[in-house]
Ligand binder design. Sequence first.
Ligand code: GLV
Ligand code: MN
Ligand code: MN
Length: 373
Amino acid sequence: MDFLSKACESMGFEVMIDPVGNFRAKLKGSDPGAPPIMCGSHIDTVLYGGKLDGAAGVVAALEALTVIKEQNVPIRHSLEFIAFVEEEGASFRGGLIGSKALVGKYTVEDLKNLTNDEGLSFYEASKNFGLNPDELEDYVLRKGDVKALLELHIEQGNVLYTKSIPLGIVEAIVGIKQLAVTLTGKANHAGTTPMNLRRDALVGASNIISFVEHCAKHEAFDTTVATVGKIWCFPNVTNVIPGKVTFTIDIRDIKTEGIQRVEQLIKEEVKRISDERGLQYSVNLVGESDPVKLSEKVVSIIQRVAEKLNVNFLRMNSGAGHDSALLTEVTDVGMIFVPSIEGISHAPEEDTEYEDLKTGCDVLLNALVDLAQ
Ligand code: GLV
Ligand code: MN
Ligand code: MN
C-alpha cells in the first residue's frame, strides 16, 4: 500500500483507499461527467505462491497510467487504477472480498461475520488498518458508474505457453463453489481401541477426498475440476484416533451444471460415508461465484489492438477466478492474459517471460487509450 501510495502520488493521481481496503487512484480525463475506466488487479497473494498472480496486473495498470500521464495522451474519460484487496481468500474465507464488497455483495453485518482462522473479523481487521467499513454502502458501484474495467493477469495454465502464443483474450471466467466439510467421530486411544470400535473422522475424510477426485474426473464434464486443498485434523496427535476433521472443497467449471452435479454427488457421498462409519457431518458453503462471460465490446477492442500491434492472440476461457468476474455485474469487463511458463501458478516457480509481460502491457495501454477517448 505504501509503495502504491507513493508511486501514485508522485504521478499526481488522486489516491483513495475504500472502506474495505481496495486501493484506488485516479488520473483525471477532460470530461468530468464521463464515467471512469478502471484498470488493475489484486494486491494480495496466495500462501506459498509466486510473484506475478495479481502483482503483474497491478504493476501493468500502474505503468499504463504512468505512460498516459507522462506522454500527455489525451483522454476524455478518467482512468482509475485499482488494486483489489483479499482476492485469494488466504486470510479470509472465500476470497474475492474487495470486488464483492465493491459491487454490493456484502453488508456491514456480513463483514462482521467473515472471520479468519484466528477468529478476527474482516470488519475488525479493516478497522485495525484505519479504515471505516461502516461506510461501505457509500462506495458500492452501480451500473453506469464505471464505463469499463480492464485487468491484465498471468494465464496460470499452460494453454498459451504450449502453443507459444503471447496473448490471451479472455471470453469467460469459470464459476467457483467452495465448501467446508466437517466430520465428527470419536477421539480415542490409538493403541487400545480395536479397529472395529473406531469412529475415525480422518479415514472417513480420506474416502470422501478420493471421491472428490473421481467425481470431477469421471462424473461431470471435461471442464470440471475439484480440489481438496486444506485440511484440519483434531487433535492431530500421533497416538490419538482423529475425532474431528474439517476440509475444504473447491469446485470449478465454465458450465454451472458441472459444478451443480459434482456438488450434489459429493453431498450424497458425505452422507453415505458418514452413515456407514457412524460420523456426524456438516457441509457449509464458504464462497461462490457464477461462471461469467466478459464483454464482447471490450473483447473486440482488445482484439483490434492486438491486430494493430501484430500480436498473435488466442480467445480463451479462464480456469482461475478473478475480481473481474464480479465487476461484470456493473460494467463492461475485459481481461488480457500473458503466458505462464510451464503453466505453473500458485507456486513459487510462477513466472512469465519479460517479453510477454511487455507485450501484455502494450496491449493493455493501447486498449485503455482506445476506451478512454
Ligand atoms: C484465484 O487465484 C483462484 O482462482 O482461486
Ligand atoms: Mn490466485
Ligand atoms: Mn489472481
